[in-house]
Design a binder for this molecule. Structure first.
Ligand SMILES: *[C@@H]1O[C@H](CO)[C@@H](O)[C@H](O)[C@H]1NC(C)=O
Ligand SMILES: *[C@@H]1O[C@H](CO)[C@@H](O)[C@H](O)[C@H]1NC(C)=O
Ligand SMILES: *[C@@H]1O[C@H](CO)[C@@H](O)[C@H](O)[C@H]1NC(C)=O
Length: 470
């Protein structure tokens, strides 16, 4: 018996070894692309799938389970990531039938012809902070369990279940060895999440953008370090690990945070990363030169054979998905939000990029000069964007003036900015005045795309348009 058990043990070990090899073979180092659709001028899903294939992406990540797109992806070689929207998490967490129905309605019609390989539950769930959102934090892992059970019930074993998180889950990330998750999340969310990812051999999906820490401290962090140029070195004083770029530093802080909670082995996958090609006046470093440099260096690093990994985990493949396919004009927030794309809305590339990593970096055509790597100092106004829809301008003007505090006193008949009576001039005044007054409370110069920042003073004669001083 003993002998037989021993042989069984050997067979079992061999089987497990083969399975591990199989499952790691599933995970290539091919670069993926995030396919966001928050634009009113984007190519059809049909054209988009053609673009994604022409770019030689290895995988594509959606922010939902759009049936038209999933149908178009069937028969392609693209690995597909789909997503349960945040607002469905709580009902799935509380009811297995709801989870089963989600899988039946969103996976079964397309699988396996569409190579769905990852099912993400929610998007950056832990980055929303209202009371209702906090309920969603606690429902996240239970929902992931239910979705996993629903897949098992359909005998689907090659779809990983995960959830992409943002770097604001970190309490501390510098130096990387000090990496720790936010105290308010550790026991309630992170430990159960890590247990789930460990037990199901899934990935820790992280949205990681060196652009944000750099643009917040451009005088303290080297731009080359953020752009993965490899010419700057930093040693973590606690363990002597040598870092040559900010991305590795951020990834390792997550690895150290997981290790401290007793999960040293969970694999990391980058669910979003990238660099914006344009943005507001107040956002330094958002330009084509930096974006091309970052993404090209990223691709070289991720697709290198043998795999590079990070200082804490050398040699390990990090499946990576670049953000994003298109510039998306309906995204709110700062100007960079609408400028992460590799393609313009008409499908032409914003800059050349080879997702396979085979093109030598020296063979690309020269890039335009970077003009905004230093933070801008001076006055900025918020005016009507070129091509803004005039029909939408009146309600936006009314909104800006309706927020009170004398925002539009100068526009009253007889006041200094009343003449000329033009919707565009009045709206430019109102947008600037509103932004100048309420920026400290979080107001942005956006107005659903009707407004842009400018360093050119729109004041005329006695009409002085309020500005923001950067
Ligand atoms: C997709 O594009 C192809 C080729 O351009 C065209 O023949 C087909 O009708 C399109 N399908 C849809 C659903 O638009
Ligand atoms: C779970 O959801 C199903 C279908 O939506 C519903 O019929 C059932 O009553 C729900 N069960 C509970 C316990 O709420
Ligand atoms: C209006 O401005 C004053 C002084 O700047 C400020 O104290 C007050 O809170 C503002 N009111 C609103 C509604 O923002």
């Amino acid at each position: 018996m003993r002998g037989a058990m021993g042989d069984m043990g050997v067979v079992a070990v061999f089987l497990i070894f083969s399975l591990l090899r199989l499952s790691s073979a599933e995970i290539s180092s091919k670069i993926g692309i995030n396919y966001g659709t928050l634009g009113d001028n984007l190519p059809s899903p049909n054209r988009s799938v053609v673009h994604i294939q022409a770019m030689k992406a290895g995988r594509v990540k959606l922010y939902d389970a759009n049936p038209e797109i999933l149908q178009l992806l069937s028969g392609t070689k693209l690995q597909v990531y789909i997503m349960v929207p945040n607002n469905e998490i709580s009902s799935i967490a509380s009811n297995q039938t709801t989870a089963d129905e989600w899988v039946i309605n969103n996976v079964l019609p397309f699988y396996p012809d569409t190579m769905i390989r990852v099912l993400l539950v929610g998007n950056e769930v832990l980055s929303y902070y209202s009371d209702q959102d906090r309920q969603m934090w606690y429902d996240l892992v239970p929902a992931m369990h239910r979705i996993k059970n629903a897949l098992k019930a359909q005998h689907i074993n090659n779809i990983k279940v995960g959830t992409p998180l943002a770097m604001d889950i970190m309490q501390s990330s510098f130096p990387p060895s000090s990496g720790m998750f936010r105290h308010d999340l550790v026991d309630t969310v992170m430990v159960p999440l890590l247990q789930f990812l460990h037990d199901t051999k899934s990935f820790f999906f992280i949205d990681v953008y060196p652009y944000f820490p750099w643009s917040g401290n451009p005088s303290q962090i080297s731009l080359d370090y953020a752009l993965l140029k490899g010419n700057v070195r930093y040693m973590d004083p606690r363990n002597g690990l040598i870092y040559t770029n900010l991305l590795d530093q951020m990834l390792d802080s997550v690895i150290f945070a997981m290790t401290k909670l007793g999960f040293p082995g969970i694999r990391i996958s980058i669910s979003e990363t990238g660099w914006p090609t344009a943005g507001d006046v107040e956002e330094p470093g958002a330009n084509i030169r930096n974006a091309a440099t970052y993404n090209r260096n990223l691709i070289q690093k991720i697709t290198a054979k043998p795999a590079v990994g990070t200082p804490a985990r050398p040699g390990v493949v990090i499946p990576t998905i670049i953000f994003s396919l298109y510039n998306e004009n309906r995204k709110s927030g700062p100007g960079t939000e609408r400028n992460w794309g590799l393609l313009r809305p008409d499908g032409t590339p914003v800059y050349d990029i080879d997702l396979t990593g085979k093109q030598n970096l020296l063979d690309y055509a020269p890039l335009p000069r970077a003009r905004n790597n230093m933070p801008y100092r001076g006055q900025v106004w918020c005016v009507v964007a070129r091509g803004a829809d005039l029909m939408k301008l009146r309600p936006a003007l009314a909104y800006a003036c309706g927020e009170g505090n004398g925002t539009c006193d100068a526009l009253k008949p007889g006041s200094e900015c009343y003449e000329p009576v033009s919707v565009i001039r009045h709206a430019s005044y109102a947008f600037s005045s509103y932004w100048a007054r309420f920026r400290s409370q979080g107001a942005t110069c956006y107005f659903n795309g009707l407004a842009v920042q400018t360093t050119r003073d729109p004041s005329r004669g006695s009409c002085k348009v309020p500005s923001v001083n950067l």
